[in-house]
Design a protein around this ligand. Structure first.
Ligand code: PMP
Length: 402
């Protein structure tokens, strides 16, 4: 059996249509398959490889940590250099009330921890989330995600969850003194890159203050420079009570985290003790990679050019098939007529050596989220391929356009 058949037969499949590119190696913004075909990775593994593939400082930090030690103990017991230094670096970079971090293994687990902490902190049970939200695939995160098709088969889910419309100020009235927390992506990802008004997020903040409700920002996708600031919330002048992160945090290694104040985080230490636990959270090799990645992001001033690069994509991506582009920084949803056209464009791009991807819930758009290190010349090349693919699909489908 060759690897492709083993992949299809013996590794769990998430959909009947996997990309199934057989990866040989990755470097910068490029992936190479076993047949030697080169692809521009314009999705960064869905907003993960923000520093591209194979950043030398990340690789070096991982190697050094591997030589010192791998896993030694469950989270929270031993003092491990990379783990504590990462927590300190985050505390230095974030506002003062976000100075204590709990390391977990994924975005969904970060959100699970944040929900538990909000319940424990307030003694309340009601959770408010947004239509269009995606927060992960475990039971708790699924409960606060919006896609009904993805949820229906797995009920019962968490009780006492209510949904409000994203960016609709009237709905903020639903937040009351019964509400433990509101969890929201400050820029919605899976909804197709939806950007709220500054005043909406500020009113949300005020309403949470008035009702004693914990405000959780899920920045799993928007974090670590993707939208042109270290975290998207900085662009709205609103600070959450709990910040969740994942994806790009690890520099290509699996990690998630939730960060809050020292006082609030104490609630997971007492009544009950060990209120949240994980074996592998804060893994030393993963934290070494995350720390090197965060240092490189800051020291190499990579975020400084994100808006400029984003604007360049917007200037170049002009085609009759495009109905709308919603974006912030280097996070884009490119909307076209329908799923069929989106599909054909994504597939043509793949054939021409460029990887774009669908959204889970937004069928008429596709996403691009390139590594933030993409150069101006590489943006030119990438846009050239996207436009060529669109032109091909346009010419093939005169009827679809009518
Ligand atoms: N929150 C958001 C906003 C996400 O985009 C994702 C992943 N797409 C998650 C949470 C879940 O992260 P993970 O897949 O690491 O569990």
């Amino acid at each position: 059996m060759d690897n492709k058949n083993i992949f299809l037969r013996h590794t769990a499949q998430t959909s009947p249509f996997p990309f199934a590119i057989e990866i040989e190696r990755a470097d910068g913004i490029y992936l190479y398959d076993k047949q030697g075909k080169k692809y521009i990775d314009l999705i960064s593994g869905i907003s993960v490889s923000n520093l591209g593939h194979g950043h030398p400082k990340i690789k070096e930090a991982i190697k050094q940590q591997v030589d010192k030690h791998l896993f030694v103990m469950v989270y929270g017991e031993y003092i491990q250099d990379s783990n504590v230094q990462l927590a300190k670096k985050l505390a230095d970079l974030l506002p003062p009330n976000l100075d204590t971090t709990y390391f977990v293994n994924s975005g969904t687990e970060a959100n699970e921890g944040a929900l538990k902490l909000a319940k424990r902190h307030t003694g309340r049970t009601e959770i408010i989330a947004c239509y269009g939200a995606y927060h992960g695939s475990t039971h708790g995160s699924l409960s606060i995600s919006s896609n009904e098709v993805k949820k229906a088969a797995f009920r019962p889910l968490l009780p006492d969850v209510k949904f409000i419309h994203f960016n609709k100020e009237e709905d903020l009235e639903l937040i009351t003194q019964k509400t433990a927390c509101v969890i929201i992506e400050p820029i919605q990802g899976d909804a197709g890159v939806r950007i709220p008004s500054k005043s909406y997020l500020q009113k949300l903040r005020r309403k949470c203050n008035e009702t004693g409700t914990v405000l959780i920002f899920d920045e799993v996708q928007t974090g670590f420079g993707r939208t042109g600031s270290l975290f998207a919330f900085e662009q709205f002048d609103v600070v959450p009570d709990i910040l969740t992160m994942g994806k790009a945090m690890g520099g290509g290694m699996p990690i998630g985290a939730f960060t809050t104040s020292y006082d609030m985080m104490q609630k997971l230490t007492h009544n009950p003790m060990l209120g949240h636990i994980t074996t592998f959270g804060g893994h030393p090799v993963v934290c070494a990679s995350a720390l090197a990645s965060l240092n490189a992001l800051i020291d190499e001033k990579i975020i400084d050019d994100v808006h400029k690069k984003g604007d360049l994509f917007l200037t170049k991506l002009k085609h009759p098939l495009i109905k709308e582009i919603r974006s912030r920084g280097l996070m884009f949803a490119i909307e076209m007529e329908n799923f069929e056209i989106v599909n054909q464009v994504v597939e043509k791009c793949l054939e021409l050596g460029l990887i774009g991807f669908w959204f889970l819930s937004t069928k008429n758009s596709f996403r691009i989220a390139p590594p933030l290190i993409i150069s101006i010349e590489e943006i030119d090349q990438a846009c050239e391929i996207i436009l060529q693919s669109m032109q091909h699909v346009y010419q093939q489908n005169p009827k679809l356009i009518e």
